[in-house]
Design a protein around this ligand. Sequence first.
Ligand code: HEM
Length: 206
Amino acid sequence: MTNVEMRRADGNRRGVALIALAVLSASVIWWLIALPVLGGQKAAAHARHYPHVYAHALGGTGMLFLGAAALYVGLTRRFFRWHRWIGGLYLGLGALGAGMGLALSIMSPHPLPGVGVATGVLALAWLAVAAMAWRAAHNKRFDSHREWMVRSYVLTWTFVFCRMVMQMPAAIAASPDVIVAIIWASWITPLLGCEIALQWRAGARV
Ligand code: HEM
């Protein structure tokens, strides 16, 4: 094996480990937050906007699990004949999830000043990044497609990160201003970390 092949194999192993961690954490948060919505137990709590929240949770479920599957297939090339279908379904269900997330942000059904702006901008960022991923695949620019898909999944996974942070006692007791700041930080920080990781080699010593 050449040095380049060994580096690539190492990178793939790290990528698979990260995807496994993302799926594990997503499963726990999905069980705690999304399942009660999809199972109807949260219908009364969301009363008039339940159809929107239901469609959002359904799309979000596709985003969380199909996104991880698409990245796994793209990285390892296993089951590659399904890659286009899995990726297409991820983007389609993701558009539903993020579109409903945007609608809910505008409707602000449980008003807390500033939350709608933080989640609404996240929804728009997800839609823009997904559109870039789709465009690159459509134009057969696969290096660019891979990077936009990674950014897109990082934005998807920020749902898990945000909900994990919100379970912490300090966050539960926080003031509305601090909660809004946590929501902004919980998607901008992972996106920035992802960008640094994606661009790391581009700035390396030549
Ligand atoms: C683009 C990313 C996302 C945005 C912008 C977003 C936005 C929102 C907004 C604004 C709400 C509040 C609705 C309300 O006040 O009733 C909400 C709730 C919810 N979201 Fe998301 N979301 C995103 C990702 C996800 C993902 C990936 C899932 C995974 C299943 C998800 C599942 C849920 C669930 C289950 C609720 C209701 C929670 C509850 O019952 O308290 N969201 N989301």
